[in-house]
Design a protein around this ligand. Structure first.
Ligand SMILES: NC(=O)CC(=O)C(=O)O
Length: 279
């Protein structure tokens, strides 16, 4: 067994995002450089890292893939020989818009593209109403990348609420999930860590959630608290709300151990669940 392939240093960039797309992208590229200097082998940006987050902003900031932002992600991945999970950007494809994550390999090649599958449509009266489906279309595909011995599945923000998606990834052999995400000040404090740890624990894999930094003057105030959770559900690192770049070392042995110590995936009583459900 190649022990080196079973470790991975991930860099998470809790990026400050403003209204100026050029500034956002330049800032992201600088942070990717810093992550490389800290020894990251893979780095992730947050949801909507080049754009303000809001249904009215998506059409204004949207671009095709490949396009101006993702070309720069591809270039920096190649220059630094680092794998870049490009957070998400509003993507324009024909007359449709998507909330899309891309992943760029060490030769600048596109390794994966994932379109947010569950659109963030919620209505909590007097607190927060958000309807991504006003301007976005949902994606229908999984996206998995292989990095050393890590098999990493991608989701975006609201997707983390759907344990079915995480379980599909686990069933496809994933041992890590990465969710660029931007929870808010209503749902973040109660649900962000809970969901990150739940998906990790349910599926006995690493989860990483990468948020924009909090900007209290923005129309949508992101919660921040980017984090990496291990397959036991233990928080390996959790940021506060300001801009921050951090790296975390992951060891696959942890996932193997919990899967063999608590073998829930071979103990499921699917026979009983199916019988009851189909009664
Ligand atoms: N912004 C999202 O997609 C999700 C979110 O904020 C939440 O689920 O809460």
């Amino acid at each position: 067994m190649n022990q080196l392939a079973r470790t991975l240093r991930i860099g998470c960039i809790q990026l400050k995002v403003c209204a100026n797309k050029t500034e956002n992208v330049a800032r992201a590229l600088n942070k990717i450089r810093e992550a490389k200097m800290k020894g990251a082998e893979i780095v992730s940006l947050p949801e909507c890292f080049n754009s303000l987050y809001g249904t009215s902003y998506f059409p204004e900031y949207a671009e095709p893939i490949p396009g101006e932002t993702t070309n720069l992600l591809s270039q920096i991945a190649k220059e630094l020989e680092i794998i870049v999970i490009g957070g998400t950007i509003p993507e324009r494809d024909g007359d449709k818009l998507f909330n899309t994550a891309t992943v760029w390999g060490k030769s600048g090649e596109l390794l994966a593209k994932y379109r947010k599958m569950h659109l963030f449509d919620i209505d909590i009266p007097n607190e927060i109403t958000f309807k991504e489906s006003d301007s976005l279309t949902a994606g229908n595909e999984l996206a998995i990348i292989d990095v050393k011995d890590f098999k990493i599945g991608l989701g975006i923000c609201y997707d983390i609420r759907f344990e079915e998606l995480a379980k599909l990834y686990r069933k496809q052999g994933c041992n890590m999930l990465v969710y660029p995400g931007a929870f808010n000040m209503k749902t973040g404090p109660l649900h962000w860590e809970l969901l990150a740890r739940s998906r990790a624990n349910d599926n006995q894999l690493f989860t990483a959630l990468i948020s924009p930094a909090r900007d209290v003057n923005a129309s949508y105030v992101a919660y921040g608290h980017s984090c990496v959770i291990d397959p036991w559900g233990k928080v390996l690192y959790m940021a506060e709300s300001d801009e921050e770049l951090f790296v975390v070392d992951l060891e696959l042995d942890v996932s193997d151990k919990v899967r063999s110590n608590i073998p829930i995936f071979s103990q499921r009583r699917v026979d009983v669940y199916d019988t009851i459900e189909n009664k």
